[in-house]
Design a protein around this ligand. Structure first.
Ligand code: ARG
Length: 459
């Protein structure tokens, strides 16, 4: 008999190059805990339905537990010729407890086993990433205490647009990461369906009880169709997309703070523990962590693309191509986790440079739109008001002045209803207060939102 668990039909040994080419144990060994959990649940179920005796179940469960301990202690010799983590563990079980171990694989295949393990792993990872996202939201929310009252220029097209509270900025990121968390929670529902029992692709003649296994492993339900389940990787690809979206949000934030940390913007001081220097230019304090958070988005997006291309032409059901999925998903999860781990303390410890921000805050006509709306409130149609204020801004630009510096007759000659009251809405401070719509940067509305977030993020 060949040494391979699938060797019966073979008359010649596997070429060593094939062993090297097809192995996955070098990377799927990180599924070992989930593989053992899944196998223990499977063995208990087999005993429950009478395929194993109680004693056989006991031996299998304690054998698997001991193997798990050996792996955790770094004392398990994974063998490449046994292909993957699943066959390595199964072989070790047989070596430990003898022929009884040969019964464990009854009613299942590696195809449903690998999908089960992977789903368990993704599920744990979703929970771990969710906790880190919450930590990052917390970091933004905590900033709202120290940045209370700070006004920043808001941008569109990276040109000064309208004034906003710094806290409005922080809550904007809380919202983005919240949608990421919602996406993960939604993805988790589809991940959390048990494939075990699909066996290779058509099911099994063994009278297994899938519900029992699902219950033990805390799956919400069973994958309904064995062909679908054997070929499905959308649960993993959806997770990879969620990670891409998180990386994209992180990248946009990182880019913004990289800009803010330039001499040109001079809005923010990054914590030095999160910066690095230059080997030649002594003055440099570089935002490398932010740059790498931005840069690592590329590999996360690359992984998502690889996964989509991987499955795009696969016929039903399992195909070995699917083995290529794990490294991509592992890499995306590891990368995003690492980024989140650094993002939270960086957000918490950075300092807004209030003086530098304030010194130029009245530049850029951030109050022009508020003045236009002031005119609208006087009954002037929007298009007309836009035109009139545009002209006023043009005139102020020529004089090298701000709108609030212009004498009142300037306004009155632009439109008769513009009187002294314009000074109530001009200047960034007034402009910010003038906002009133829900979701706007109006200080009272932002305070309300801070309270909502404090409540939401309460442990
Ligand atoms: N290691 C494989 C994977 O990750 C599982 C192997 C299933 N192999 C097979 N010939 N059916 O997908």
């Amino acid at each position: 008999m060949s040494d391979k668990p699938w060797g019966g039909v073979f008359e010649s040994a596997t070429d060593e190059r094939v062993e090297e080419f097809t192995e996955s144990v070098s990377f799927d060994r990180r599924l070992y805990e989930h593989d053992i959990r899944g196998s223990i649940a499977h063995a208990r179920m087999l005993a429950e339905v009478g395929v194993l005796t109680a004693d056989e179940r006991k031996q299998i469960v304690s054998g698997l537990t001991a193997i798990g301990d050996a792996i955790a202690a770094g004392k398990f010799p994974f063998k490449r010729e046994l292909e993957d983590v699943h066959m390595n563990i199964e072989r070790a079980l047989v070596e430990r407890i003898g022929d009884i171990g040969r019964k464990l694989h009854t009613g299942r295949s590696r195809n449903d086993q690998v999908s089960t393990d992977f789903r368990l792993w993704v599920r744990d990872e979703i929970d771990a990433i969710d906790r880190r996202l919450k930590g990052l939201q917390h970091a933004f929310l905590t900033r709202t205490e120290k940045d209370s009252g700070v006004i920043l220029p808001g941008y569109t097209h990276l040109q000064r647009a309208q004034p906003v509270l710094a806290n409005h900025y922080w809550l904007a990121y809380c919202e983005k990461f919240d949608r990421d968390r919602q996406r993960l929670a939604d993805c988790r529902k589809r991940v959390n369906q048990l494939p075990l029992g699909t066996a290779a692709m058509a099911g099994t003649t063994v009278p297994i009880n899938r519900e029992l296994v699902a219950k033990e492993l805390a799956f919400e339900g069973l994958v309904a169709n064995s062909l679908d389940s054997s070929s499905d990787r959308d649960f993993a690809i959806e997770f990879a997309f969620c990670l891409s979206m998180i990386a994209t949000h992180l990248s946009g934030w990182a880019e913004e703070w990289i800009l803010w940390a330039t001499t040109e913007f001079n809005f923010i001081k990054l914590p030095q523990q999160f910066c690095t220097g230059s080997s030649i230019m002594p003055q440099k304090i570089n935002p490398d962590v932010l740059e790498l958070i931005r840069g690592k988005t590329a590999r996360v997006d690359g992984n998502l693309t690889s996964l989509l291309v991987l499955v795009k032409s696969l016929p039903l059901a399992y195909n070995r191509d699917l083995q290529e999925d794990k490294e991509r998903v592992f890499d995306s999860a590891d990368t995003v986790r690492a980024c989140l781990e650094l993002a939270a303390p960086l957000v918490a410890d950075a300092e807004l440079k209030r003086e530098s921000i304030e010194a130029r805050l009245e530049d850029g006509y951030l109050d022009a739109t508020t003045l236009m709306e002031h005119l609208i409130h006087k009954g002037v149609p929007q298009r007309t008001a836009h035109e009139l204020i545009g002209k006023l801004v043009g005139a102020a630009m020529k004089r090298g002045e701000r709108l609030s510096d212009l004498p009142v007759d300037f306004f009155t000659s632009a439109h008769e209803s513009l009187d002294e009251s314009v000074y109530d809405v001009l200047g960034v401070e007034n402009a910010v207060k003038a906002f009133c719509s829900t979701g706007s940067t109006n200080p009272a509305k932002v305070e309300e939102q801070i309270a909502v977030w404090k409540d939401r993020l309460r442990d």
